[in-house]
Write a new protein. Structure first.
Length: 226
């Protein structure tokens, strides 16, 4: 599970990051709102921990931008703004929880754990053999049935298709695909992904020029509608 921690007070950021990592989470931390927005566009996170009062781009603005493409990622505001009106404002803007400073680390960890358990989508919800329309894919053997009849996917095709199916009805950015399928170290051209999607349309769409399953989201990435 990956968490983005956005906190401009270095001592708080370091303490929270250390404790989350001790709980087994992978944590990406920054004190800058602009950098946080860049991370959210390029990487997948299972939870966002956002300070509100940040230089240049504040926590409210980060959440607003994230919600344009991702309605599901859980968000916790971590802030010194402790008035009741501030809490209400934060929750109205789409946050799932609101924790005020100073806080007890144990309570923060419990809230993070509980929220992730409640909102996480287990990839195992996608069965080994997945069917959509007249198509069928076996994610263990890589065998598939579609327009060419019965055929075998490459490993990368199967990995990319599994990612899209696991996150069906969500927009997945090209950068998130590169990170999840190719890893951090070996990044092919984003055009490679476009070619994979074109192949999926030829394999599985009744009309590849008017897809119903593999949709392009201009300027962001792709979405599998299942």
């Amino acid at each position: 599970m990956r968490i983005l921690l956005v906190e401009d007070e270095e001592n708080i950021r370091d303490a929270v990051k250390l404790n989350l990592e001790m709980e087994g989470y992978e944590v990406v931390a920054t004190g800058e709102g602009k950098q946080a927005l860049k991370y959210t566009r390029e990487q997948h996170f299972d939870l966002l921990l956002l300070d509100i009062m940040l230089p240049e781009v504040d926590g409210y603005q980060i959440l607003e931008q994230v919600r344009l493409t991702n309605l599901d990622v859980p968000v916790i505001f971590l802030t010194a703004k402790d008035a009741a009106a501030d809490r209400v404002a934060g929750l109205k803007r789409g946050a799932d929880d609101y924790i005020t400073k100073p806080f007890v680390l144990e309570e923060l960890l419990l809230r993070v754990n509980n929220l992730i358990k409640r909102t996480s989508k287990n990839p195992e919800n996608t069965p080994e053999v997945y069917e959509f329309g007249d198509n069928k894919v076996n994610f263990v053997t890589y065998e598939a049935q579609g327009n060419p009849g019965t055929f075998t996917l490459t490993k990368k095709e199967a990995m990319l298709l599994k990612l899209l199916v696991d996150r069906r009805n969500e927009v997945v950015s090209r950068q998130q695909i590169l990170q999840s399928v190719w890893g951090y170290d070996v990044y092919p051209s984003t055009r490679t992904i476009d070619n994979f999607i074109l192949s999926f349309r030829k394999y599985f769409e009744k009309d590849p020029k008017n897809p119903e399953y593999f949709l392009s989201v201009r300027g962001v990435g792709y979405k599998f509608v299942g």
